[in-house]
Design a protein around this ligand. Structure first.
Ligand code: NAX
Length: 329
């Protein structure tokens, strides 16, 4: 018997990341080749965006995806999130040149307040929300706080691209396949303050930090800057920001959340106070997932260097929240 279709809402669906993720999801890359889906695509209400999303839908139709039961375009989050089981919030306004993070947050906050409220009133009560749009941690916080009837556990932010980048960098340094690298993760904010941590990571079961020559130097001067600046590097070489890799990371994030994984993965989630991260701020944590739930990996030792790095993200996120709190009253 055919399974009941899963409703997936995607915002910013005609943008770069939207265009990369939709076709993969419709092809079964997220939920498997036996899971029918319904796509509810939200775009900005201006004429150009609405025209663009119609064009994307024409292409989707021409792919004749067997799993796709229905696809619709929306300009109102209330209709776009109706009964959504999964909501991927990509749509937001891009950072203009010379724009500060705080200015970007002020511009994007109303979008996430409105979408949080809409999720609160019409989405499935167990909706899984992944926010991708930047500044992603605080946008997730805004969305979560705007949806008081949903559990905080429904809301997550994407740090998986940073996590995947850390794996790719270690695999290339060690000249080993990416699948042999385990237990890497990223603490904190998806910003320059993020802290990619491989103190516990292994390659084919061997601790990586023990086999890298001059490990401490390489970590501080090569690895950490490479991960936190990877996005900028891609923009400077490709001319536009990461899109296919971001879409792929979003699929990894949701897939692992739903189906579980034995590996350690990074999710941006509301802090429960673990590792003295202030409660409710959205922070990158190492987690394990099982039966559609995540669990923070506990009791990792936080040395002086790690604490300093983690504190930078905490301070940055506290400031970001301070800057938008007045908009949420
Ligand atoms: P694009 O500018 O290509 O697409 C954004 C789309 O969102 C546009 O089509 C726009 O019309 C739409 N949009 C704007 N306001 C909307 C609203 N109120 N409702 C629905 N849709 C709306 O950007 P793209 O490259 O796709 O990036 C999207 C977001 O992802 C950006 O904020 C970007 O910074 C962020 N990223 C986050 C990453 C992460 O790791 N968390 C990595 C990749 C990416 O940089």
């Amino acid at each position: 018997m055919l399974k009941k279709p899963v409703r997936i809402s995607i915002t910013g669906a005609a943008g770069q990341i939207g265009y990369s993720i939709i076709f993969r999801i419709a092809n079964g890359d997220l939920l498997g080749k036996d899971q029918p889906i319904i796509l509810q695509l939200l775009e900005a209400s201006n004429k150009k965006s609405q025209k663009a999303i119609k064009g994307v839908i024409m292409e989707i139709e021409d792919c004749v995806f067997p799993l796709l039961m229905d696809v619709s375009a929306h300009k109102n989050p209330i209709t776009a999130f109706k009964d959504a089981n999964i909501a991927i919030l990509i749509g937001s306004l891009p950072r203009g040149s010379n724009m500060k993070r705080s200015e970007l947050l002020a511009i994007n906050s109303p979008i996430f307040i409105e979408q949080g409220k809409a999720l609160n009133s019409v989405a499935s009560r167990d909706v899984k929300v992944l926010v991708v749009g930047n500044p992603v941690n605080t946008n997730t916080y805004i969305t979560m706080k705007s949806a008081p009837d949903l559990s905080y556990k429904n809301f997550t932010a994407m740090l998986r691209l940073d996590h995947n980048r850390a794996i790719a960098k270690l695999a290339s340094k060690l000249n080993e396949p990416v699948s042999s690298i385990k237990k890497v993760f990223v603490w904190g904010n998806h910003s320059l303050s993020m802290y990619a941590d491989y103190r516990y990571a292994t390659v084919n079961g061997v601790l990586i930090k023990n086999i890298i020559n001059n490990n401490s130097y390489w970590n501080k001067n090569v690895f950490l800057p490479a991960i936190s600046r990877r996005g900028e590097e891609i923009i400077s070489i490709r001319g536009v920001s990461s899109a296919a890799s971001a879409a792929s990371a979003a699929i990894d994030h949701i897939k692992d959340w739903i189906f579980g994984t034995n590996n350690w993965v990074t999710m941006g989630i509301p802090s429960d106070g673990s590792y003295n991260i202030p409660k409710d701020i959205i922070f990158g944590f190492p987690v394990k997932t099982k039966n559609s739930k995540y669990k923070i990996i506990q009791d990792l030792k936080i040395d002086k260097f790690s604490q300093k790095k983690i504190n930078l993200s905490i301070e940055e996120l506290k400031n970001e929240i301070c800057g938008i709190n007045h908009l949420m009253r």
